[in-house]
Design a protein around this ligand. Sequence first.
Ligand code: 0O2
Ligand code: 0O2
Length: 266
Amino acid sequence: MDSRDWNKFLLPYAQAVEELKVKFKTLRAELKSREGYSPIEFVTGRIKRISSILDKAKKLNVPMDQLETGIEDIAGIRIMCQFEGDIDRMAELIKQREDMKLVYCKDYITHKKESGYRSFHIIVEYPVQTALGMKKVLAEIQIRTLAMNFWATIEHSLNYKYKGALPPDVTKRLSKAAEAAYLLDKEMSSIREEIMESQKLFEDKSNVVSKVLNDIQQLYFYHRVREAVTYQLRFNELWEQEDIWSLKQLSLSIEEAIIRAKRESR
Ligand code: 0O2
Ligand code: 0O2
């Protein structure tokens, strides 16, 4: 293949990368606006260098006329997420899409690589509209957390520097760093769950407080002044103690008192 052929060969892959980057960046903005949170932190993409394509073809014994099917990551997209849980959500979102077809997945999170590498890869078939008509190309979408990306980026550049032959002590330290990145992901996920739980608790508390206060007002409306005052005093007490469970019980008692008051006022 001469250089002009390479340029033509890579054109649909470059187009696929550009289109996919725009699509995932748009999805990020849309989810932020609709749901207030996006599993996508940021998106990058690249087409594989010619030298890397040739190296991989040699390694995998792919004939030059079968590069399109034999090398799956000529077009590469990378989606970075904050939390591990976001990766599953992202994979689901990709599976549901109608503009790309899932070919298969490689789960290097459940089964991390020997190097310590963790990421979820999805190979998709993506149709690009070229001047010559529609062309389907393969693309690899790598989904990973920020911690996984940090580790992989450094490991990749060290491998590049040492041309794949890392000194044993560096390999050992990278393996320890991979474990630290794994623990960081677990810790961040548990902190996130705690924050979400405490937010829920806060919501619960503010809902029950406004319900109790509104219901006490209702009792005044039905001229149940003595009952209303008793409930108000009990509310003040529980509010001081921050006893949410008893506040919920109190709310149920006031609800029943309102039903009784309504019945008797007829
Ligand atoms: P190399 O070979 O690593 O030296 P944009 O603003 O979206 O147009 P952005 O955000 O500046 O572009 O980043 P870009 O160009 O998408 O990607 C930046 C770098 O991320 C690339 O560096 C790649 O190293 C890496 N990268 C991004 N996506 C992928 C991917 O899907 N697979 C792989 N293997 N690498 C990726 P270089 O300098 O282009 O390449
Ligand atoms: P680039 O363009 O330099 O990023 P193999 O290449 O045989 O190990 P395979 O089956 O071809 O693996 O595909 P796989 O395992 O899905 O890996 C493809 C890409 O995943 C790699 O692209 C890397 O981007 C990433 N990757 C896989 N293993 C590792 C690893 O141990 N460390 C790091 N940093 N990244 C990894 P390439 O081939 O490196 O191309």
